[in-house]
Design a protein around this ligand. Structure first.
Ligand code: NAD
Length: 500
């Protein structure tokens, strides 16, 4: 049993932290070929955490060559499933062992509360790696239902070299959702973390080697979208491209796949998720708390943030009062404070973007009932108050566009049909929730919601056992569960003539 951390113990761990900042290619930390670096600024207080190697086309080339070589060698791609399982389980164990360090890197780099990083990001990364490791040697092929003269085998083979491009809001976990199934199926991976949050994944690469993943199988190339992401997406020797990030970049990457070698391409993109509260919900107090944490958790920088709260008009005022009360308790604090409910926004750019949306909400006539300002938590840091807008019209910008910040739009509805119409009237379809005590309504509404995940009487449920992904412009393909393996395998039909 370990002693729970205090602010002081996190601070002292942070002071002794050795931060890796180089690219990881073919089993070694290396500088970018150009020697270029970029500054990695902590949004907690604006201090530099170090200068990170800025990879560009030449580095992508090196990483793809290493990846291809490792794949062709068969050291990983042809290893027995039970061997890959053993290694992934060891990998999960080592992530646990280095859990505090990884959580701290995550918090310092992108501003989330370190307690959340430890209890959610790191814990879920471990579960992802372990679940996938456990699953990989239970995947069977098929025998086709043929006549007596032939045998038809349906088998799965690894794609080869996977390019993975991931965002900054859950840097380690989003990487794990790609990395675990890709490695499980025998692929080699070149992973580009976000330029805003590269540190945890740079460190993870070294841990992978310690776990027994051969050199060249997992490479990390920090850099910018244009400089490093684009050459990876356009590379002619990358077989699969997997992405989590904004819809705009996802659309662009699909074009890159089409313009190059028709690499398999799967995009997990943005959302503007509706959370529908009916007047017959069993526990409105619980629903209000979930509505608040659904938008303020991780500073609202969550693809499934419950950013649109649709409330039945008869209970709307009372419900909003409860949400405001719960939101007030979530005011940001120093991210190394163990009880911080919210931390810092990822950077100045995102902070300004969110504040601009708040201004637009006011200008378009929504009723600001909580927050709305920059919060002064730490000098030089990026903090925004939990913000609630009541009386938002479905047509308002803040109700249509993904803000990716702690800003809630409350919209009243008068009927189930109207709630569903507004919920589905969005370009996105990542997640949706509803609160009701009527079981028929729960099933009826869940069935009609056009979203990849639907939660009934809670928000953000789920684990590794079910697929995660979007309808419409929230993306294609699915992360998590056995379905994730589809993205990382080709399916082969082998026909054998039995008639001699
Ligand atoms: P982003 O699209 O700006 O960046 C994501 C990644 O793409 C980064 O690594 C970035 O460097 C890279 N990139 C940017 N431009 C590129 C280009 N031209 N070519 C190649 N790569 C490029 O997204 P973000 O701001 O990092 O993350 C926030 C977005 O991610 C939100 O829209 C959020 O909803 C989405 N998200 C989705 C999920 C999901 O599972 N659906 C999960 C988390 C986040």
């Amino acid at each position: 049993m370990t002693t729970p951390h205090t602010r002081d113990s996190w601070e002292s761990l942070a002071n002794g932290l050795k931060i890796r900042t180089q690219a990881f290619i073919d089993g070694n930390y290396v500088n970018a070929a150009s020697g270029k670096t970029f500054d990695c600024i902590s949004p907690i207080d604006g201090r530099s955490l170090g200068r990170v190697s800025e990879c560009e086309a030449e580095d992508i080339e090196r990483a793809v060559i290493a990846s291809r070589r490792s794949f062709d060698s068969g050291a990983w791609s042809e290893a027995a499933p039970r061997h890959r399982k053993k290694v992934l389980l060891k990998f999960a164990g080592l992530i646990e062992q280095h859990g505090d360090e990884l959580a701290l890197l995550e918090s310092l780099d992108m501003g989330k509360p370190v307690s959340d990083a430890r209890a959610v990001d790191v814990a879920a990364t471990i579960r992802c790696m372990a679940w996938t490791g456990e699953a990989l040697d239970k995947v069977y092929g098929e025998v086709a239902p043929t006549g007596p003269g032939e045998l038809g085998l349906v088998t799965r083979e690894p794609l080869g070299v996977i390019g993975a491009i991931v965002p900054w809001n859950f840097p380690l976990l989003m990487a794990a959702w790609k990395l675990a199934p890709a490695l499980a199926m025998g692929n080699s991976v070149v992973l580009k973390p976000s330029e805003k949050s590269p540190l945890s994944v740079i460190r993870l690469a070294e841990i992978a080697i310690e776990a027994g993943i051969p050199a060249g199988v997992f490479n990390v190339v920090p850099g910018y979208g244009k400089g490093a992401g684009e050459p990876l997406a356009l590379h002619m020797d990358v077989d699969g491209l997997v992405f989590t990030g904004s819809t705009a970049v996802g659309k662009h990457l699909l074009q890159c796949a089409g313009r190059s070698n028709l690499k398999r391409a799967y995009m997990e993109c943005g959302g503007k998720s509706p959370n529908i509260v009916f007047a017959d919900a069993r526990d409105l107090g619980k629903a209000a708390e979930a509505a608040a944490s659904g938008i303020f958790y991780n500073q609202g920088e969550v693809c499934t943030a419950a950013s649109r709260l649709l409330v039945e008009r008869s209970i709307k005022d009372e419900f909003v009062a409860r949400v405001v009360e719960a939101g007030r308790d979530m005011h940001p604090r120093h991210p190394l404070e163990p009880s911080a409910p919210m931390g810092a926004m990822v950077d100045e750019t995102q902070t300004t973007r969110v504040l601009d949306y708040i201004e637009k909400g006011v200008a378009e006539g929504a009723n600001l009932v909580l927050g709305g300002k920059r919060a002064n938590v730490v000098q030089g840091g990026c903090y925004i108050e939990p913000t609630v807008f009541d009386d938002v019209a479905h047509e308002h910008t803040i109700s249509r566009e993904e803000i990716f910040g702690p800003v809630l739009s409350v919209i009243a509805f008068d009927s189930e049909e109207q709630a569903l119409r507004m919920a589905n009237d969005t370009e996105y379809g990542l997640a949706a929730g509803l609160w009701t005590s009527d079981i028929s309504r729960a099933h009826r509404v869940a069935r009609k919601l056009r979203a990849g995940s639907v939660w009934v009487n809670y928000w953000d449920g789920g684990d590794m056992t079910a697929p995660f992904g979007g309808y419409k412009q929230s993306g294609n393909g699915r992360d998590k569960s056995l379905h994730a393996f589809d993205k990382y395998t080709e399916m082969k039909a082998t026909w054998i003539n039995l008639e001699g």
